[in-house]
Design a protein around this ligand. Structure first.
Ligand code: SPV
Ligand code: MN
Length: 620
């Protein structure tokens, strides 16, 4: 490798040499010589190497120790508190087909631009070279990933979130069958925050199986293995007939039935995905990204490509998220980000206790009523403040997290932030209608991405932000994937956010009832009402579940208010979806067939009932 010995020591050089992989050598050489760090550290799977990263996160000031053993805190820059959609784009060549809804840039131009920014970007900094495995080791699902970063925090986060893969790279036997992710937080200010935020770029180059991301720190932008590798995997899956999804994986375990039924669920960011997977009494496999493949038995199998959670901390409290709350308040290795710190203790919004009126947060020293330059109030902690933790630290981790075969999927859930249209839970008529439900998923934007919140947007399969293939290709692949399964997962829709007169119609914990109903449906334990939108639960079944689970009375009025079919609202939604898809090409015919079927059923129901809000009982 043509890298100066002062920068790459013999010891570090040897760690690369023994991988026997000319592709790795070429990539490391290229980016080290471009980014010009003062020093390169190559990190293997060894305990001392990983301990070194943990220590560097502290020594470099990217993390600070908190009072509780193992806990640290990291702050991202004030302007880098969510995924930066504006500066994220897919690099395309003139012959590449993509959707209008995907942000693209000419590949040649983009590479020139980002190489320009990367030239010398690691000046005086240390560069970490890391090897990971996306998915369990020794699994047909898994993909190797090489990470180059100058952030010890990014590297430390990846140790919590991913499986180490130095040994896995040796098994590649020199092939280039891996993704690579190059990151630099850029030059930092006295608060250890990116100085050149205006030069923030996240360029996805599927042709080179790589992502270059610079001048950022927020994990959704910087941690290559998370949302950046997700995009590369979507590209790969769509060429190879499997699925890469923005989905949790969980085992649902009804009481006294002696069984675990695995579900996946796609929810846009900050819409209850993690908290669903963490419902007390259930088992979590993963909360964010699933690879799904066909099994020999005709079922779909899924693995979590991660082994940790980068979760939203707001509203994690002993009532709503008891398992996570306990994990976050006891000694173990974990990283808080963008919370408030006072006397070396972390605080966040909705934690269920009296909060301090001053402390230190992502804006620096903070006092209640502090305002930003524009006069807007700066909250105690950012609404997208997070925690990073290994799943193995949680009591409810599923024993199959590391199973190379994955888990068999019996149900798929789609859920968005919808205040006025859909019911809390229903089931699709069939796989194609399920695809339509996923493809027409809408949600109101949240603090997980930079920009306005509360704007209703289409997000097919909650994966729109990460799509790098035409929407028609993606949906077609999804449809075909299911058609080939002899035992198809049932497909459901949930909505936790239904409101009336500005108030939520459900408690957060109600989702456990919906989960149990869906699980029961898989086992043929509940019949349902066929309504124009799909199969809706019967009042008696839901009322019984409320009693069983919470000892709580669930009235027929509650049911009618929550489960009535809002015909006009659904028709409006179909019109929005149709418009959003009108500029897309090659959308599967089944999508439009489902849309027409729904529209006709809704209109017929309205005419028959003579009203636009119809209680489900009227369809029974
Ligand atoms: C999400 O926003 O969907 C997340 C967090 O899971 S991020 O890493 O920012 O993508
Ligand atoms: Mn996510």
């Amino acid at each position: 490798m043509n890298i100066d010995k002062k920068i790459l020591s013999d010891e570090n050089r040897l760690k690369i040499k023994v991988l026997n992989n000319p592709n790795v050598e070429r990539i490391v050489e290229e980016y080290v010589n471009l980014c010009k760090p003062a020093k390169v550290s190559v990190i293997t799977d060894s305990f001392p190497d990983i301990g070194y990263i943990r220590q560097q996160s502290l020594d470099l000031g990217e993390e600070k120790r908190l009072a509780m053993p193992g806990h640290t805190v990291h702050f991202d820059s004030f302007y880098d508190q969510g995924r930066d959609k504006k500066n994220t784009c897919l690099l395309v060549t003139p012959d590449m087909k993509v959707s209008k809804i995907i942000d693209v840039k000419d590949r040649e131009e983009g590479l020139k631009e980002v190489y320009g920014i990367m030239d010398g970007i690691m000046k005086d900094k240390e560069c970490f070279v890391r090897f990971f495995c996306l998915g369990p080791l020794n699994s047909r699902f898994s993909i190797a990933a090489l990470q180059i970063t100058d952030s010890a925090y990014v590297s430390h986060s990846e140790d919590l979130l991913y499986r180490v893969g130095y040994e896995y790279f040796k098994a590649l036997k020199g092939s280039d069958d891996f993704f690579y992710l190059v990151h630099s937080a850029g030059q930092l200010d006295e608060k250890n925050n990116t100085k050149n935020i205006k030069d923030r770029r996240i360029f996805i180059d599927v042709l080179g199986k790589r992502v270059m991301t610079v001048n950022n720190q927020y994990a959704g932008n910087s941690v290559g293995l998370k949302k950046l590798a997700l995009r590369l995997a979507i590209h790969k899956a769509n060429k190879e007939d499997w699925l890469t999804e923005h989905m949790f994986i969980m085992g649902i375990k009804p009481e006294n039935k002696g069984r675990v039924t695995y579900f996946t669920g796609a929810f846009p960011s900050a819409c209850g995905k993690t908290s669903t997977a963490m419902v007390p009494g259930q088992q979590i496999v993963g909360d964010d990204i699933a690879y799904i493949r066909h099994g020999d038995d005709g079922k779909a199998y899924a693995v979590n490509i991660e082994q940790g959670i980068f979760g939203i901390i707001e509203d994690v409290n002993p009532i709503d998220d008891p398992v996570i709350y306990e994990a976050l308040t006891t000694p173990r290795e974990l990283i808080f980000s963008n919370v408030l710190v006072k006397d070396d203790k972390p605080y966040w919004l909705g934690m269920g206790q009296v909060l301090p009126e001053e402390g230190y947060n992502f804006s620096g020293a903070w006092k209640k009523d502090k305002k930003d330059d524009k006069g807007n109030e700066i909250l105690l902690a950012h609404k997208n403040a997070r925690y990073t933790i290994r799943l193995s630290e949680l009591k409810n981790v599923d024993p199959k997290l590391y199973d190379p075969e994955g888990v068999p999927i019996s149900g798929i859930i789609y859920g968005g932030r919808d205040s006025d249209t859909s019911v809390p839970v229903y089931q699709s008529f069939d796989w194609a209608h399920g695809m339509f439900i996923g493809a027409s998923l809408e949600s109101e934007t949240t603090a997980a991405t930079i920009g306005a919140v509360g704007v209703r947007e289409l997000s097919p399969m909650a994966n729109l932000d990460f799509l790098v293939v035409p929407l028609g290709t993606y949906l077609g692949n999804h449809l075909k994937f299911g058609e080939r399964l002899s035992s198809k997962p049932l497909v459901f829709s949930t909505n936790y956010f239904l409101k009336e007169n500005g108030k939520f119609l459900n408690e957060k914990v109600d989702k456990k009832v919906w989960l149990m109903w869906m699980e029961g449906r898989v086992h043929g334990e509940y019949s349902a009402i066929e309504t124009p939108i799909g199969h809706v639960p019967k009042y008696e079944d839901i009322a019984k579940l409320f009693i069983q689970i919470f000892g709580k009375k669930y009235t027929r009025e509650d049911y009618d208010r929550q489960f009535s079919i809002r015909v006009e609202k659904f028709l409006e939604k179909l019109a929005r979806v149709e418009k959003a898809y009108s500029e897309e090409e090659n959308i599967p015919a089944e999508f439009y067939a489902s849309m027409e079927m729904l529209r006709n059923r809704l209109i017929a129901a309205k005419e028959k009932a003579g009203k636009t809000v119809i209680p489900p009982g009227e369809f029974a």
